[in-house]
Design a protein around this ligand. Structure first.
Ligand SMILES: NC(=O)c1ccc[n+]([C@@H]2O[C@H](COP(=O)([O-])OP(=O)(O)OC[C@H]3O[C@@H](n4cnc5c(N)ncnc54)[C@H](OP(=O)(O)O)[C@@H]3O)[C@@H](O)[C@H]2O)c1
Length: 326
């Protein structure tokens, strides 16, 4: 089977290659899935560079999610049928044609959900939902500020704000993203190209600051987000897009009682009981089927063109995810 692999850590367009490897053997209790679609997420590119929270033994195959079709059901595995479309999550190495998984790593895909959405169903929707509802508990009428608001997670958070009735202040790094996100349903969109972004945040919240914030950028953008918290507010940091650490005002943490902590989906998946996980998946699946949540795709590339695909994924101004097919 064809597998995208890397034998040394580095930039994805330099170190990735497509190799022929043996089809993985089914062990007791496993299911063999023919993978058809997988997204290129920022975490995949960090993983290939050796900068992610999980460092693999080399050679390794990237990809923490995707979707496909059940090919073979091994002895002792149940809950699925051959030919069924499934989301694959909580695994490593979806950037290959076949993967083995435990039934608990698969979710049945309803007919109404396209492969393009199913391929990116797990990581970003669950992250967006769990951060703002479970972890921060942002309620109707409150203000949430987010950075990298034009990202897939950012757009999901804006859609969730409409479902839950909270207000969003959205920081983006390019002015041309402002009208697009306003049309999407953002309450306010501020470009960090404007030097007075902190004042604009205060103006939008009538001098109060925001109840909660989520930051995927870091550096000075992360610092602006942290400073925007009102007393008692909480910020979750969940991405390293700027590759700079955030200078935090520890005085604010003392005198305003603000909290800043990290969020990593991998840890949430490890600690969350099976029934709570299933309930969250069910809620999200219903929201996608009802059209209240959507995800977009900018382009699809066959696995063989993975270098072009990762170059496209690294470009600014995309209108959605880059998917690898085949
Ligand atoms: N902690 C977790 O468990 C977890 C889970 C899921 C996602 N994440 C993180 O969430 C973030 C978003 O992921 P995604 O898949 O939604 O991203 P995405 O759809 O690929 O979009 C990336 C976005 O980030 C913006 N961006 C890139 N570099 C930036 C920088 N230096 N400063 C400001 N904006 C920048 C891009 O803006 P342009 O259009 O201008 O390029 C684009 O809007 C990533 O950091 C990812 O690792 C974390």
């Amino acid at each position: 089977l064809r597998a995208v692999q890397f034998s040394s850590f580095g930039l994805a367009d330099e170190v990735l290659e497509v190799n022929d490897i043996p089809t993985p053997k089914l062990r007791h209790g496993q299911i063999l899935v023919r993978v058809t679609h997988r997204p290129i997420n920022p975490s995949d590119l960090l993983f290939v560079r050796g900068l992610y929270g999980i460092k693999p033994r080399l050679p390794a195959t990237p990809g923490f999610e995707g979707c496909g079709v059940v090919e073979t059901i091994g002895d002792g595995a149940e809950g699925f049928t051959e030919g069924q479309r499934v989301v694959i999550g909580g695994v490593m190495g979806t950037w290959q044609e076949y993967i083995t998984a435990q039934p608990r790593q698969l979710i049945a895909i309803p007919d109404a959900l396209s492969d393009q959405v199913a391929a990116q169903f797990l990581i970003n929707p669950v992250t967006a939902w769990v951060m703002v509802t479970n972890e921060l508990g942002v309620t109707e009428g409150q203000w949430l500020l987010q950075t990298a608001a034009g990202s897939a997670v950012g757009r999901l958070v804006i859609q969730i704000s409409k479902i839950k009735g909270f207000q969003t202040i959205n920081l983006v790094r390019r002015k041309d993203q402002v009208p697009d996100l306003l049309e999407y349903g953002a309450t306010a969109v501020i470009s960090t190209e404007d030097e007075d972004a902190p004042n604009q945040i205060l103006d939008a919240t009538k001098g109060q600051g925001v109840n909660a914030a989520i930051d995927a950028v870091g550096g000075w953008t992360g610092a602006i987000a942290a400073r925007s918290l009102r007393p008692g507010g909480t910020m979750l940091v969940y991405g390293l897009l700027a590759e700079e650490r955030t200078p935090i005002d520890t005085g604010d943490m003392i005198f305003k009682g603000s909290t800043i902590r990290g969020f990593w989906l991998t840890q949430w998946l490890q600690k969350t009981p099976r029934d709570e996980f299933a309930e969250t998946m069910g809620t999200l699946m219903d929201l996608f089927v009802d059209g209240k949540l959507t995800l977009s795709v900018d382009a699809e590339y066959d696995l063989a063109a993975v270098k072009d695909a990762v170059q496209h994924a690294a470009q600014g101004g995309r209108k959605g995810k880059i998917l690898l097919t085949g």
